[in-house]
Design a protein around this ligand. Structure first.
Ligand code: FAD
Length: 123
């Protein structure tokens, strides 16, 4: 809420940020189209440049520099976002998510309630 502490707000921003990132990746089309691939890469680079938490965006930019975004396929991009999130989890002493389990990632992030990933056919 409006009176949440700074720590709570930072965590809420983080959950919202990861929700956008993982859901966008999970709803990319298979096969991946150039437009969808370019869009998700632009989103991830924008996060690295503009995410409001300075520490977070600098870590994320460093992560991208060391681990280039794996744009091979929808699955590889979704797994890349999972590995990036695990890098933050590790810094926070939280358990790692099973990024090799694409079905688990789909179950968690594949249904956005909106039916409209960036590769969805036009109505
Ligand atoms: P979150 O870590 O936000 O996770 C939300 C949900 O995602 C979990 O409940 C789980 O269902 C799912 N999940 C967990 N791990 C994964 C995974 N690896 N892949 C897919 N799904 C997963 N906070 C900092 O304090 N320092 C930082 O440097 C920092 N960097 C960040 C960088 C980015 C780009 C973003 C978006 C956030 C960052 N955060 C950072 C915020 C931090 O990652 C958490 O979002 C925040 O601490 C809230 O944590 P949480 O435990 O509530 O759940």
């Amino acid at each position: 809420g409006v009176n949440a502490s700074a720590v709570e707000k930072k965590a809420e921003l983080g959950r919202a940020g990861w929700t956008l990132i993982h859901t966008t990746a999970a709803t990319l089309p298979t096969p991946l189209t150039p437009a969808a691939r370019d869009g998700v890469v632009a989103l991830l680079r924008a996060v690295a440049q503009t995410y409001p938490c300075k520490e977070c965006r600098e870590h994320f930019a460093s992560f991208i520099a060391v681990h280039p975004i794996d744009i091979e396929s929808r699955d590889s991009i979704l797994q890349w976002t999972c590995i990036a999130h695990n890098a933050v989890n590790a810094r926070q002493h939280k358990p790692a998510y099973p990024c090799g389990d694409i079905k688990a990632l789909d179950a968690r992030w594949g249904d956005c309630g909106c039916d409209r990933g960036p590769g969805a056919a036009k109505a």
